[in-house]
Design a protein around this ligand. Structure first.
Ligand code: NDP
Length: 399
């Protein structure tokens, strides 16, 4: 059916490639392109020989001309951006220049400011519309499936959703004293930033990790979770009818937070460049270089993740409470695709989003967040492609 150019060859890209190859009827041809071509070649070597034709290429995704040349040469139907958030705009520029559909899993961030918002990418709406191409933003798990879950809840069970709490629990244990489950630089920028949530149309800011709750997660049990800023709050507050308050919580162990505090206190999480022996280095980038590569956590991680949305609102004038979530097992993911559940829960939705576009189910000119499309075919595909979901109409609520 189609041909996809996958940019990036890290933890998430590896899952996307595995899943595209499993879904060979849709992904007849893929090209894996990244800065370090040997990583693309290693993935090709592992998965070659099936029905999907795999090629590889070297590309610097910060360079629009290089991207345009690659797209013109390969002529993909869609570009799946699973490089880093810093590359979102250059890849969108190249897609515009070549009239190629676009999908990513994280919103654009400038390298020198940890600022998470959609404004930069939403500014492309008119240009994508005029070019007749679709951009699907934030199609991982959170953002991604959390938006699809919210749209599904609204479509089937509510007239208005007043409160959404997105809960992201990782009860996985990799056995290292400290490691991050996805790109350490992006992860640490996210969790050391101030927290925030939206109430009555206003952003309320909190200190990092200021708001803590304990939640009894299905299939995982009690976990400490902390309120974080998260990018889907911004789009869901606009796109889901009736929102009065929307919050995002993620679980962290005391051990993780203690390590992070020490690293922060000694300046290792800073993104301000410093001079070291005549060379400019960014402490956080140096820290990334010495921490375990998230891709190496796969064989060591045991336990489960549980990510979902608790929605409260009304249907036909009556109050409704609804919890929809996915539980994913790190070891099962590793057995299937050689990655832990964090990469798995991001890579599977990225493949599904690309499939939705190639099948014409999620295709309209412009720039969209996932909750702006019909959730039903995506929800069905989650069950089929490895992320089955469960629902409850009497969930424990978060205070
Ligand atoms: P990794 O660091 O494992 O992989 C990133 C890849 O991008 C690497 O292969 C890297 O190349 C490549 N890359 C970086 N810069 C460039 C560049 N200038 N040109 C070409 N390639 C480049 O990250 P992850 O796989 O963990 O994460 C990928 C994306 O997924 C991130 O944007 C992250 O924010 C997002 N994510 C989204 C989640 C969600 O639920 N929505 C959850 C987790 C992650 P090299 O090998 O040379 O470094």
């Amino acid at each position: 059916m189609g041909r996809a150019l996958i940019i990036g060859a890290g933890g998430v890209a590896s899952v996307v490639v595995h899943k595209c190859v499993q879904n060979w009827e849709v992904f007849e041809e893929i090209c894996i392109a990244s800065r370090t071509k040997s990583k693309c070649d290693a993935l090709k070597e592992k998965l070659d020989g099936g029905k999907t034709k795999i090629t590889t290429a070297k590309v610097d995704a910060d360079n629009v001309d290089e991207l345009i040349a690659l797209i013109n040469d390969y002529k993909p139907d869609i570009v799946i951006n699973v490089a880093l958030p810093y590359q979102d705009l250059t890849i969108m520029d190249a897609c515009l220049a070549t009239k190629t559909h676009y999908l990513d899993t994280a919103n654009y961030e400038p390298l020198d400011t940890a600022k998470f918002e959609y404004s930069w990418q939403w500014a492309y709406r008119e240009r994508f519309e005029k070019a007749g191409i679709t951009a699907i933003l934030g199609c991982g798990f959170d953002p991604g499936v959390t938006g699809v879950f919210s749209a599904y809840a609204l479509k089937h069970y509510f007239d208005e959703i007043h409160y959404i709490d997105i809960l992201d629990a990782n009860a996985g244990d990799h056995g290292y004293p400290f490691a991050t489950n996805f790109n350490p630089e992006i992860n640490i920028r996210e969790v050391t930033a101030k927290g925030s949530y939206i109430e009555n149309g206003e952003w309320i800011e909190t200190e990092p990790m200021e708001i803590k709750r304990v939640y009894n997660f299905p299939e995982i049990g009690d976990k400490d979770m902390y309120l974080l800023h998260h990018e889907e709050l911004e789009s869901l507050a606009l796109n889901i009818t009736g929102i009065k308050r929307i919050r995002f919580f993620m679980t962290f162990s005391q051990n993780y937070l203690t390590h992070l505090k020490v690293l922060e206190n000694v300046g290792m999480t800073s993104i301000e460049p410093i001079e070291y022996e005549g060379q400019q280095i960014v402490p956080l980038q140096f820290l990334k270089a010495i921490l375990p590569d998230p891709a190496s956590l796969g064989p060591r991680t045991k336990g489960k993740t549980n990510i979902g949305c608790i929605c409260q609102g009304v249907k036909d004038g009556k109050p409704v409470q609804y919890y929809v979530y996915n539980v994913c097992d790190h070891e099962e993911c590793y057995k299937e695709v050689g990655s832990q559940a964090i990469s798995y829960t991001t890579g599977v939705p990225a493949m599904i989003g690309a499939m939705m576009l190639l099948q014409g189910k999620w295709k309209k000119p412009g720039v969209y967040n996932v909750e702006e499309f019909d959730p039903d075919p995506f929800m069905e595909a989650l069950n089929k492609w490895g992320l089955p979901w469960k629902e409850s109409f009497a969930p424990d609520l978060v205070e």
